[in-house]
Design a protein around this ligand. Structure first.
Ligand SMILES: O=C(O)/C=C/C(=O)CC(=O)C(=O)O
Ligand SMILES: [Mg+2]
Length: 223
């Protein structure tokens, strides 16, 4: 895969690997215990959304939540990558939203079922443009923020992550091969909350990038 294609990672059709409960204050706000190893789940490539198109509330949810996260774009494939060389596999970053149907997730948790309906629906992964690695010299020193209708909901530093980016790359690559163009969502800081149709979400990394998405609802294709 060429450098140009990694820069358009959302077109590569690669996997999106998400880490959950990676910030203590967020784990506590949802009344979860702190993890002793990373909590992983996946989103399909159809979850990708670029600026200019709306986030679509799934028809089966009435409590869609925002989660702003640092995304890590994989630039070099690997398996069982040691932490010491993990950063060599990073091409760059993206600002990402892990849109979550919280009501559905709560039902899945209560029934002991996977989170696919809550996390993997179309448009559940809005992403910024590709951020080259040089723009973020230290992934543990990134300030993320998110506003809904101009009101700040989330602000947090990746310094608060329980598991670091090199640890996550090493851990994930011991479970599944990482491929060029894969995206790793590294978890959200505290402050998650509901969004509704017509809301406007703005998110940013201080001094690096910002992005805006509207919330819409999918018109039925069968009427
Ligand atoms: O366990 C829960 O109630 C919710 C967990 C998440 O949604 C995890 C994340 O996606 C995250 O922490 O970013
Ligand atoms: Mg998340």
């Amino acid at each position: 895969m060429s450098t140009r294609n990694v820069a358009r990672f959302w077109e590569c059709g690669r996997k999106i690997i998400c880490v959950g409960r990676n910030y203590a204050e967020h784990a506590r706000e949802l009344k979860n215990e702190l993890p002793t190893e990373p909590v992983l789940f996946l989103k399909p490539p159809t979850a990708y959304l670029k600026e200019g198109s709306p986030i679509l509330v799934p028809h089966y949810s009435s409590n869609l939540h925002h989660e702003v996260e640092l995304g890590v774009v994989v630039g070099k494939a690997g398996r069982e990558i040691p932490q010491t060389s993990a950063m060599e596999h990073v091409a760059g970053y993206a600002l990402c939203l892990d849109m979550t149907a919280r009501d559905v997730q709560d039902q899945c948790k209560a029934k002991g079922l996977p989170w696919t309906l809550a996390k993997a629906f179309d448009t559940s992964c809005p992403v910024s443009d590709f951020i080259p690695k040089e723009r973020i010299p230290d992934p543990a020193g990134v300030e993320l923020w998110l506003k809904v209708n101009s009101v700040t909901r989330q602000r947090g530093s990746t310094a608060q992550m329980i598991f670091s980016v090199p640890y996550l790359i090493s851990y994930i690559s011991g479970v599944m091969a990482l491929e060029e163009g894969d995206l790793i969502l590294t978890g959200t800081p505290k402050g998650v909350g509901a969004v509704h149709e017509h809301d406007e979400l703005q998110a940013g990394i201080d001094g690096v990038i910002n992005m805006t998405f509207k919330v819409g609802r999918r018109a039925s294709e069968h009427n």
